[in-house]
Design a protein around this ligand. Sequence first.
Ligand code: DGJ
Length: 698
Amino acid sequence: MAHGDIQHNAQTTFHLQQGGTSVIVDASGPGMPVVLYWGSELNGLDATDLVSMAQSTVPPVVSGGLDIPARLTVLPLESNGWQATPGLEGHRAGRDAYPLFELRSATQQGTTLRIQAEDKATGLSLLTELEVTGAGLFRQRHTLTNTGSAAYEVTALRMFFPLPASANEVLDATGRHLKERSPQRRPLTVGAHVRTSRRGRPGLDATLLMLAGTSGFGFRSGLVHGVHVAFSGNYELRAERASTAEKFLVAQEHLAPGEIRLQPASSYSSPWAVASWGEGLDALAARIHTELRARPTHPTTPRPVTLNSWEAVYFDHDLDRLKSIADAAAAVGVERFVLDDGWFLGRRDDKAGLGDWQVDSTVWPDGLTPLINHVKGLGLQFGLWFEPEMVNLDSDLARKHPEWILHPGDRWPVTARDQHVLNLADQGCWNYLFSAINQVLTDNAIDYIKWDHNRDLLEPIGHTGTPVVHETTLATYRLMDALKAAHPGLEIESCASGGGRVDLGVLEHTDRIWTSDCIDPLERLDNQAYTGLLVPYELMGAHIAGPSSHSTSRTHSLDFRAATAMFGHYGIEWDISTLDDAQRALVAEWVSFHKVNRHLFHTGTSVHADLPDPAQDVRGVVAQDGTRAVYVLTQRSASITAPADPVPLPGLLPERRYRVQMGTAEFVLSGQYLATAGLQAPTLRPETAVIITADAVS
Ligand code: DGJ
């Protein structure tokens, strides 16, 4: 076998090291490189150590096995003897299904390793990028190019992340509308735990991360590794153990049959697979939050407290009522008013109008200007709801351009919420959406778009007859970027029936996510904790709804509702115009507490206590310099003991003393003591919460 033209220099083992993370890669060839190590930063290694690592990890020949044992390379394939999930699946009209890549070069620039490989016989070349980022994330992406003379169909192109042998428990999240991000755990056994989205969006059941760690790993302890696909279309994540002992995480874009047919000389780039690790989930999440916060585009202005009209008025758009809600909002300290669904042509309910992005003059005879002027006159920003990718058959757009609607052959896919999906990859359709939305943004002083996406895609076939989720996802990103470029300062929220489109891909183009349509604070506890593994609080919409939850009918006190939303991008989704002065004053107090502390909430480190009593919950945010923290202690249900357990306050500087305030009680205790022994919890009724503050004393 010829592999004489490998260009990589004498260096064959590479150490990517940054942000507390080391990744060590053996690229000695001739096969694809192997990630020997991914985890805590290893210091003081020299070239001899790296070579020894490469030698010490070679698997032995085993009885009944292959003469040359397979390695878990960055693209493990059957041609190398790999028999678990392969790195690439594809073919050229049924042929060329088993490529054998030869390493051409491995070049390290800073903390990025670029690996070029080629299979001349099959007519494929591959660029694999491995990078350790500033915050210590490990990210990978492949670009596959068809160098052959006929089309090559890619079925799957996967990124692999090796796990330490200590990983033996898998955690991911699932859910549904009104209950996104519910955790589930299982042992990591031989075989794979696979989570796939074929929904054309990550989905309400999306896990965000596939995680694996030591038995019983929690927020504060246990070595855990996790990976995410930074893309808003279809994805697949798996935690797998091969019968040859390797444990690993796998990430990919899920591709539909025929979706990626590479013509000669064309390429497919996978999304970035972004991975983090930590001693406990809080540390794993902190790396992701730190990375996001370092982006030049990360929102740095105080996140405006928002009043969203949806649960306040739904489709009942009445100028006077909305003005009085805006008045009440301004009076309690709200800074942004968002007019939700219902303002555009024919949109009197959710059966019609999507696609016709012109103000409906039957409801808004003078346009939106009277409301916007009123809102702006109160000193608030104004936001407006759109659902650009969607269309109702009962709309002028669908009547005029049925060819822009995704559908197979001569039938429509099954509807959801009476709507279908537009083909944004069609330039005519994209141009229409840009010009219609741009016109609304030009005619009206709009600071913010709530960008919704309220259905899973089914049979997403474009006019070419092939599935187009990959292309439409990229076209959506382009539309967001073009609107932002045309309207500098415009912010966008990613909403999809709540948390159906939460991913690091969309967060490159948007400024916040809507976490769930369920605003019941009890349900929000898990939802926000597990969304928070990926998304820092400043990007996570969290609202105070009315006393009785519209999705669960549970009734909760204002204190519980306001405290549970406290750390997020705060808001109110409730008709507060009907409150009396005393009730408004209480809402204003919570808004004021949020504003005083939001710099801490939106720049600090998010922490969660691991508590033996499932009835209790403690979470908080600790300032980066450790001088202040705010916690919320929640009594989810009744504890089986009275009093309930003492609760630790994690994340403070162990050697510092803190003045801790919980209600009227005040103590001065060390960070170490608070993180271990903690505080005796007061007697709380189920479904109530108290705020605890900790300030370092000099
Ligand atoms: C679903 C969103 O999640 C809600 O907040 C609201 O905007 C509705 N769509 C409007 O149709």
